[in-house]
Write a protein that binds this ligand. Sequence first.
Ligand code: 5RP
Length: 233
Amino acid sequence: MSAQDEAKKTAGRLVINDFIEDGMVLGLGSGTTSHFFVRELGLRVAQGLRVTCTTTSRSTTAVAEEVGIAVTDIDQIDRIDLTIDGPDEIDRQFRMIKGGGACLLWEKIVAHASSRMITICDETKIVDRLGRFPLPVEVVQFGWTHSVRAIEEILGSHGVPTIRTSRRMRDGRPVITDSGHFIIDCHCEAIGDPEGLEIALNQIPGVVENGLFTRESAGMVVGRLDGTGYVKM
Ligand code: 5RP
């Protein structure tokens, strides 16, 4: 296993030890970091930890069930105590880009249904400025080319939007999200005003949500490549 994967695992272990208590209602994030965490949580559940869990993607539901964690539909839950999720990039104010795995819509809904969200990551995800990672925007399929034009107008010379196609299938077909939408990746390099851009993109008819999470995360639990980890709140 690579040092980066070990660091992801470290973050998952640390967040369980420091923040998860018996009886909690948890939101389980998506992506490889979250999946390491879910596998570790499965071990704790097997040892007797009692938690109620809902997920941010079908892929996380599959991992949770594989490791013996029962998954409750989000609409059967009044309030989530704590959501644990990973970023594609996070800055020192805990603002993030998410959606590299195309799960940003459910991730944002679950984060907003939670009393608290804590981000887990390896140290390579921490940046001074958001934007090198392409910003995903989820759009409905109907009229998507017009949504892209509206995104282009907002980005101006600061970014180029492209539709995400399946790298795994290599057939050039668009990636379809768990809610049946397309993902438009915005290649920006640097985002000067993440809060403003998050709001502006969501004003476009056809845009369902975007991957800027500027006010959700209460802190981060970080795994370092040297095997140590730390919490920053
Ligand atoms: C999925 C996400 C993921 O949380 C994000 O892409 C991080 O993934 P990984 O832990 O594999 O780097 O936002 O939509």
